[in-house]
Design a protein around this ligand. Structure first.
Ligand SMILES: NC(=O)c1ccc[n+]([C@@H]2O[C@H](COP(=O)([O-])OP(=O)(O)OC[C@H]3O[C@@H](n4cnc5c(N)ncnc54)[C@H](O)[C@@H]3O)[C@@H](O)[C@H]2O)c1
Length: 259
């Protein structure tokens, strides 16, 4: 039997940055998209939806907070009902700036806020996406955005890094558990991508310098535009990538030199 052709994606945190770039790429690939981000970004979500519709693909707006189980469940159900199925789920959200603290400055409130988004949110999305895909019975693709901080401890990213190590763990477990249902689970861990997250204020050179200094990354480590991630995700969503699972893409030898 030829591999199933994924045709509907939910992308969380897609109002801007890497998520937005992936939404554009998947729409170009012929995939319909449910665009999620927090309700405060409803206007930006609508812009993304309209831009996708202009390309001829279907798109729906799903403002929701991924830390709420009820909202995640509703997001998955609405997508299945309005777009016909749930074939691909991509997670891209973060709360880096609140976590830009060293271990001894991070408060319990920061810990709760960052783990709620970066770990609980991923867990809830994995669980409800998997349940829906198993119910539909045709397999699927679960992809999570990771970071170099998933396996290297960077100064000042204490709690953030902890959540990314945790996500690495549940990604490996989910890949093993969901394989029998034809669902692949992968992560990709880009270096520095030029988005509102990695570049706060000032000129581009100033922003990059500050960001790299803050987390102790040497200036020679390269950075890239969000489109490079769109390309990788596009590859993982192709029917012929059905055998790739449990991988963390973009793990490079550069990371070894940072350990
Ligand atoms: N930019 C980089 O250099 C870089 C590098 C490696 C990994 N990453 C990872 O990529 C992912 C996305 O990064 P980005 O640079 O595009 O960030 P970004 O800040 O540009 O976009 C993240 C989006 O997530 C949304 N979000 C936050 N909390 C949410 C919630 N509770 N529910 C739904 N949406 C929520 C935000 O509103 C935002 O629009 C993150 O997981 C980040 O850790 C980024």
């Amino acid at each position: 039997m030829p591999p199933y052709v994924p045709r509907v994606a939910i992308i969380t945190g897609a109002a801007q940055g890497i998520g937005l770039s992936i939404a554009r790429q998947l729409a170009k690939d012929g995939i319909d998209v449910a665009v999620n981000d927090i309700p405060a970004k409803s206007a930006q979500i609508d812009e993304v939806v309209n831009a996708i519709k202009e390309t001829g693909r279907k798109a729906i707006a799903i403002p929701a907070d991924v830390t709420s189980e009820e909202e995640v469940q509703k997001m998955v159900e609405t997508t299945a009902r309005e777009l016909g199925s749930v074939d691909i789920v991509l997670f891209l959200f973060h709360s880096t700036f609140v976590s830009f603290k060293c271990t001894f400055q991070a408060t319990a409130e920061i810990f709760d806020a960052v783990t709620a988004v970066n770990f609980k949110g991923v867990f809830l999305c994995y669980q409800h996406a998997a349940k829906q895909m198993i119910k539909e019975g045709h397999g699927g693709r679960i992809i999570v955005n990771s970071v170099m901080a998933k396996s290297i401890g960077f100064p000042n990213l204490s709690v953030y890094s902890g959540t990314k190590f945790a996500v690495r763990g549940i990604t490996q477990v989910a890949a093993k558990e969901l394989g029998e249902h034809g669902i692949t689970v992968n992560a990709y861990a880009p270096g520095i991508i030029l988005t509102p997250l990695s570049i706060g204020g000032g000129t581009l050179d100033e922003k990059l310098k500050l960001f790299k200094e803050a987390i102790g990354i040497p200036s020679y480590i390269p950075h890239a535009e969000p489109e490079v991630i769109g390309n990788l995700v596009s590859f993982l969503c192709k029917p012929e990538s059905h055998f790739i699972t449990g991988r963390i893409m973009f793990e490079t030898c550069i990371e070894d030199s940072l350990k």
